[in-house]
Design a protein. Structure first.
Length: 238
């Protein structure tokens, strides 16, 4: 039997929003999907459902697998798209420095996971990684890309520079956990920093100028990804 995360209590007249946020933050790293660790807020998962419906990606590329719950949840959302006839085959490609834990946990939840989830053991800082991932997909595959690795400047930049090209017009690139750079959202001094500076710098590059920051997609008032929902603009006349 897997355990549910501890509940977060709230008293409307007493609990400050910051206390509530910090409670939710501690909770989300103990959450799971189908018994597999999944460190995402339910509100952000709902936003992903909207992005997947809007963009109808064939493949989700997730950078940062951790326990594998994100990959499994995303695969299951793509299965829904396939059931409705919008894509032919669900496929999630998930990258991490160490996949030993994720592969065991995924196999326990779904012994046939590898038919639709490809785990790639690699460092996002490796310049050969985008080509390696490209080889796993047919040409012109429409991807949703999610950067959820170390949440520092260099890894965020490497993910954007290496993987933005996989996002089609109107498609999304989500940079998770920009909350590390918002003082009021930080729970501890030893948290990493550098996500938002990397996103802002990259958006000023010629490649980045094709993307717009969709702050309206922080739909539910609470999100770990401020300034993180990036959408590639449709080409003029497109
Ligand atoms: C926040 S967790 C990912 C959570 C997961 N996406 C989920 O939704 O449950 C971050 C993961 O990124 C991985 N990571 C850290 N630095 C990395 C790097 N340079 N390249 C690839 N993965 C990295 C860590 O090993 C860790 O498993």
């Amino acid at each position: 039997m897997h355990e549910l995360p501890p509940s977060v209590g709230i008293e409307l007249t007493r609990t400050s929003l910051q206390e509530y946020w910090l409670g939710r933050l501690s909770q989300h790293v103990l959450d799971s999907y189908a018994g597999v660790p999944l460190a995402k807020f339910p509100e952000d998962l709902r936003t992903y459902e909207h992005l997947i419906w809007l963009a109808r990606p064939d493949v989700v590329i997730e950078i940062g697998t951790y326990g594998g719950g994100g990959a499994l949840w995303l695969r299951d959302r793509l299965r829904t798209l396939a059931t409705y006839g919008h894509i032919s085959r669900p496929h999630v490609i998930s990258v991490d420095l160490d996949l030993s834990q994720a592969s065991a946990l995924l196999a326990r939840a779904d012994p046939r996971y590898a038919e639709e989830i490809t785990l790639v053991e690699a460092d996002i800082l490796d310049p050969a990684l985008p080509a390696r991932v490209e080889d796993l997909m047919p040409a012109r595959t429409r991807c949703l890309v999610i950067e959820d690795s170390a949440h520092v400047y260099d890894t965020t930049w490497a993910a954007l520079a290496g993987f933005a090209a996989f996002v089609p017009e109107g498609g999304f690139f989500v940079v998770e956990d920009g909350c590390v750079d918002v003082e009021e959202m930080r729970p501890a001094e030893d948290w990493p920093r550098g996500v938002l500076p990397a996103v802002r710098d990259w958006l000023r590059t010629p490649e980045g100028e094709d993307f717009t920051v969709r702050r309206d997609l922080e739909l539910y008032g609470i999100s770990c990804h401020p300034e993180g929902f990036l959408q590639r603009r449709p080409k003029a006349g497109g």
